[in-house]
Design a protein around this ligand. Structure first.
Ligand SMILES: C[S@@+](CC[C@H](N)C(=O)[O-])C[C@H]1O[C@@H](n2cnc3c(N)ncnc32)[C@H](O)[C@@H]1O
Length: 320
């Protein structure tokens, strides 16, 4: 599929602002679940957590802690080149450039707007010399000669995980490490599970999720060694619950806005005969936001049912 046609581009064009609003992403440019195992709650947050709620400050910090923990797993050495695959607005790329001894961190993303924003963010952060941003599709990996392949919540958009792992193996340097952290199916879906999964996928713009077991097999098949897999639900649980609560609470408001936006769009085109682009866009955006809220609810339900989990995958390409 040509890169410009991929649905995922439209998804992030429409949704990046919502990630900012919900996850405090504007402060760090990252779009993924947090790792809450390192976060020290203050007294107010401890009391809040008794009611099942999580502060935005905790979410914001935990999102960064997840990258910290993954960078530790990747064991990035001085002078190495790191590829941050599906880098979005470059939050992880910039963090890695600032906090590791890598010589270069290359952010790769399919979305040209996000790549442009990532370049701006890197410049603002003063790491433009240590970073590079490339527009491209990781399913046709346009990079080689790198030491670490780092991907947080982007692999789930791959159209062929088997081909992806093979390409990474062929293009990464001997001794290189792969660190992929993402959502996977944990088991064969029943019909009822499939319904839950479809509701979960919809708002993320994801068609399906790979089985954890299959992904591990693909890594092995490709030639990777020392494969380690860590389930993350205990660590990311509070973000999952936070997204669920926030989705439940805001759905009635968004439903109302969607109704108004659609009625306005219909009235303008049918009664007045004018196709106003801003009305059309607004209806589309609220529709997408509604899907995102459904996903917010169902990712938690799927986690509770045990059919979805986030996992860290670590693997090495042998030296020879
Ligand atoms: C949920 S965001 C995660 C962004 C970033 N990794 C983070 O942790 O903040 C997923 C990103 O993957 C990118 N992406 C999805 N499919 C891609 C593909 N085939 N090639 C490159 N990037 C892709 C999207 O454009 C988006 O920026």
């Amino acid at each position: 599929m040509p890169e410009e046609d991929k649905e995922v581009k439209q998804h992030f064009d429409l949704n990046s602002a919502d990630y900012d609003r919900w996850m405090g992403s504007a402060s760090h440019g990252m779009m993924h679940y947090g790792d809450h195992s390192q976060y020290e709650r203050n007294l107010k947050e401890k009391i809040l957590s008794l009611t099942g709620l999580t502060s935005l400050n905790e979410i914001r910090n935990s999102v960064v802690h997840r990258v910290e923990a993954l960078a530790e797993k990747a064991d990035i050495q001085e002078g190495e080149t790191v590829v941050d695959s599906g880098c979005g607005r470059g939050g992880n790329t910039i963090w890695l450039a600032r906090n590791t001894d890598a010589e270069k961190v290359i952010g790769l993303d399919i979305d040209s707007d996000l790549i442009e924003k990532a370049r701006e963010n890197a410049e603002e952060a003063g790491v433009e010399d240590k970073t590079e941003f490339i527009e491209g599709d990781f399913d046709n990996l346009p990079l080689e000669d790198f030491d670490v392949y780092f991907a947080v919540e982007s692999q789930c958009y791959s159209e062929n995980e088997e081909k992806l792992t093979e390409q990474i193996f062929n293009k990464i340097n001997p001794g290189g490490r792969i660190v992929i952290s993402d959502g996977f199916r944990t088991e064969e879906f029943s019909e009822e599970d499939m319904e839950v999964a479809n509701k979960m996928h919809k708002g993320w713009g994801v068609d399906y999720m790979a089985y954890r077991e299959n992904f591990e097999r693909y890594l092995k098949q490709a030639g990777f060694k020392n494969i380690q897999v860590e389930p993350l639900m205990d660590k990311i649980g509070p973000t999952s619950k936070y997204l669920h609560r926030a989705s439940v609470l805001t759905t009635p408001y968004v439903d109302l806005r969607l109704l108004i936006a659609e009625a306005r769009h219909k009235a303008a085109s049918k009664i007045l005969g004018v196709e106003k682009e801003s009305y059309r866009h607004s209806a589309k955006r609220y529709n997408q936001l509604r899907n995102l809220l459904t996903t917010g609810r169902y990712q938690y339900i799927a986690g509770k049912k045990g059919i979805f989990n986030q996992y860290d995958f670590y693997a090495e390409k042998p030296e020879s």
